[in-house]
Write a protein that binds this ligand. Sequence first.
Ligand code: B12
Length: 403
Amino acid sequence: MNNIIRTTIEAMAAVLGGTQSLHTNSYDEAVGLPTEQTARVARNTQLILQEETGICDVADPWGGSYMMESLTDELADKALAIIQEVEEMGGMTEYINSGTAKLRIEESATKKQGRIDSKQEVVVGVNKYRLSEEDERKDAVDVLEIDNSKVRLQQIERIEETKRDRDEAAVQAALLKLEESAGLDRSTSKGDDPHNLMKLCVDAAKCRCTLGEISMALEKVWGRHIPRTSIVQGAYSAAFSTNRNDDMGSEDEFQRILDRVKKFEETEGRRPRILVAKMGQDGHDRGAKVIASGFSDLGFDVDIGPLFQTPEEVALQAIDSDVHVIGISSQAAGHKTLLPKLKSELASKGAGNVIVVAGGVIPPQDYDYLMKETESCSAVFGPGTRVTSCAEQVLDLIDAKRK
Ligand code: B12
């Protein structure tokens, strides 16, 4: 519920800054798709600002405020520094291809997680003023339940129906034009160019080509983008070593885990090893990267799987790398299908002893299904998880297995 207040402040900031287009997220954003009620609250946040406060009647309500003007200046300077870095690398395409854009985002996310976990940055209800577990349960919001197997079947049926009713010759012609245009070695970006890719995509969609077919036509020529997977080193731990005034023992906690990992290495001859993996059609990799970078700073040996793996591929990679733990990051609601599948893949390959933990956007009402009913993972770490405390729990799980 605190998110309603956060969204109001963010929306106000946008309006006061002169935004012309505004989207407000629902307060259950981090636990699932919005329900009708939460979507209405998000929409009404805008309406209240627009129709009850009068802040839209003034062009620049903060104009002349020293604080706002200097913050705006600071923001512009920092943005210009990034733009300059991009230019120096030869433009945005190069910046992306070199992996720098992704790295900068991941660095920033890891630093932010470090600041929150070390309590340098307060998030009310998350790292300060937390409710007891019992009160938290009472305060839980109703999360929209999605039956993903049903949705999958419905989507397959819709695609089959679309394919049945369309003009197949027109479809193939439209896809061929796309492929040809993708193969040209000149720019087609001018709107009146008959080979303009955007225009050809719109034409293809009008013939009812599916998104998969459209992207496959381009993939035939361009191949598939494979993002670099790297760990951001030192960004997470930095927040703990700079927060020396902390009275909550975060630095001690960090050191305690490092010592525990060191001890593990002394007795086992190797460090605890985790494979952080993503399964299914889920492209959200931020949580996985933050966890991988945080665990690495805490002394773990960390492997990262590529995006879009199948449960079988994850099981094989885990066996190949001889990991103690597989950490699955799930944000796109595939957890109830993919985690049980991973468990059976591991069992069928004789690797049922590998510990599986999961994290991400997993509604609390699914925890029992995953941990008890299907026993497909030993722990679930949802949004707001402190990397330090989940690393400790993972070490507990490994220790329990060793005994
Ligand atoms: C950023 C974001 C995106 C970015 C992703 C960029 C990227 N490279 O990751 C973009 C804009 C591309 C995107 C796209 C989409 N998104 Co999105 N996205 C988000 C958002 C706002 C934040 C996720 C995030 O990065 N959080 C920051 C990280 C650090 O937090 P975290 O992942 O929760 O991880 C923490 C814990 O969960 C835990 N954890 C996570 N993983 C693991 C793993 C282990 C092993 C452990 C121990 C712990 C752990 O520890 C972390 C630290 O505390 C969420 C909503 C939200 N507020 O969470 C929606 C959300 C995940 N997206 C959603 C949707 C629907 C989509 C789209 C389908 C939208 C669309 N129609 O196109 C697409 C799908 C893209 C795809 N192919 O998968 C939904 C998913 C709904 C659901 N699960 O039912 C969400 C929940 C928003 C919503 N409420 O509607 N998205």
